[in-house]
Design a protein around this ligand. Structure first.
Ligand code: ADP
Ligand code: MN
Ligand code: MN
Ligand code: MN
Length: 343
């Protein structure tokens, strides 16, 4: 029986890369292999040398097509290669994988909190056509149709991730109405980033099938880090991490925060386009201009969770990455900065 493989990859769009995918039908006796695409249509190649190669790196069951083709349909996260099979310049996974390999003795785990916002057409889902909803305050972890917009999509997405075997930790409604979060991990890199990219793809794909108050299927999910100007929270991708030492010692947690301080500007430059619009020093953020860390402090660049302070071991939360960050870049940089500084 033939089966479907959805090949998914990160393109070369600037300043923020996009996900692309296309479907390949394999015959019963065929296994997943290398594939390719037209890089001149994805900002990844000139037209006269347009071939870019796709190499599968992370395969999951397709949770949206479980009942056809003998249950063999899959989603295939790919990295992009040049025709000589070296990493394509837009392939950020290769450097991340190299850093993870180099520092494998640290056994660094990552848990990423992906925030995002639903839009219906040009406005956030459920917002009035004219004016604004009530000010922020009641929406975070709220309940009720006056506070919650998009729950059916959120629940379908969460179940799809569970069905696919992605290590999702949970979901919650966020501070701005129609803003949500899901968490992936804790897991090593680059796999945590593979699963986050696949989770993003499933979010966009599932939202396609839903309709909002207008009765039209035009709901999209956006990772825009500051979708609404004004007194509305932005969207981040808090990145929690621990090394084997941090999981045993508070001093190692502090040392990791101190290491991040030294490289602050480099991290800010690589944590997602438009980070200055989000890290203003307001709306539960620290200004991008200055690094700070503290226990339980949601106004700091890096937060030490209360239970970590209490138990004297665990992990820390880098609150700086934007929702639209590239998790290969973020986790690779944390590996280099934190493990590279350890004696
Ligand atoms: P909050 O919203 O309070 O910042 P969440 O519960 O949304 O926290 O997210 C906590 C994150 O921390 C999860 O993504 C989880 O995977 C991650 N995490 C928990 N323990 C560890 C650990 N030892 N190392 C790395 N990440 C961890
Ligand atoms: Mn969270
Ligand atoms: Mn959050
Ligand atoms: Mn957080």
């Amino acid at each position: 029986m033939p089966y479907q493989a959805e090949y998914i990859w990160v393109d070369g769009s600037k300043p923020t890369a996009k996900l692309r995918s296309k479907t390949r039908v394999y015959q019963d006796d065929e296994d997943l292999g290398l594939w390719g695409f037209d890089g001149s249509s994805t900002n990844q190649a000139p037209g006269d040398q347009s071939d870019v190669v796709l190499r599968p790196v992370h395969v999951i069951n397709d949770p949206l097509k479980p009942d056809t083709n003998g249950g063999r349909n899959v989603l295939v996260m790919c990295e992009t290669l040049l025709p000589d099979l070296s990493p394509h310049p837009s392939n950020t996974r290769a450097a991340c994988a190299a850093a993870a390999e180099k520092y494998s003795s640290f056994d660094m785990w990552f848990g990423i909190e992906q925030e995002y916002t639903f839009f219906e057409g040009i406005k956030p889902l459920g917002w009035p056509d004219n004016g604004f909803p009530a000010p922020q305050g009641g929406y975070y972890c709220g309940v009720g149709s006056d506070e919650i917009f998009g729950r059916p999509i959120v629940n379908e997405h969460m179940q799809a991730l569970i069905d696919a075997g992605i290590l999702i930790g949970g979901i919650n409604a966020e501070v701005m109405p129609s803003q949500w979060e899901f968490q992936v991990g804790p897991m090593v890199a680059p796999q945590v980033a593979d699963e986050l990219w696949l989770s993003r793809w499933l979010l966009y794909r599932i939202a396609e099938d839903h309709e909002g108050p207008s009765g039209i299927k035009n709901i999209s999910a956006t990772l825009n880090p500051k979708p609404m100007e004004g007194d509305w929270n932005g969207a981040g991708a808090h990145t929690n991490f621990s090394t084997n030492e941090m999981r045993e010692s508070y001093e190692a947690c502090i040392a990791a925060a101190e290491a991040l301080k030294v490289n602050h500007d480099l991290h800010i430059e690589n944590y997602g386009h438009g980070i200055e619009r989000r890290l203003t020093g307001h709306h539960e953020t620290a200004s991008y201009k200055q690094f700070s860390y503290g226990a339980s402090d949601r106004g700091a660049s890096v937060r030490i969770p209360w239970q970590v302070e209490k138990e004297g071991r665990g992990y820390i939360e880098d609150r700086r990455p934007n929702a639209n960050c590239d998790p290969y870049v973020v986790t690779g940089l944390i590996l280099e900065t934190v493990c590279g500084s350890a004696g």
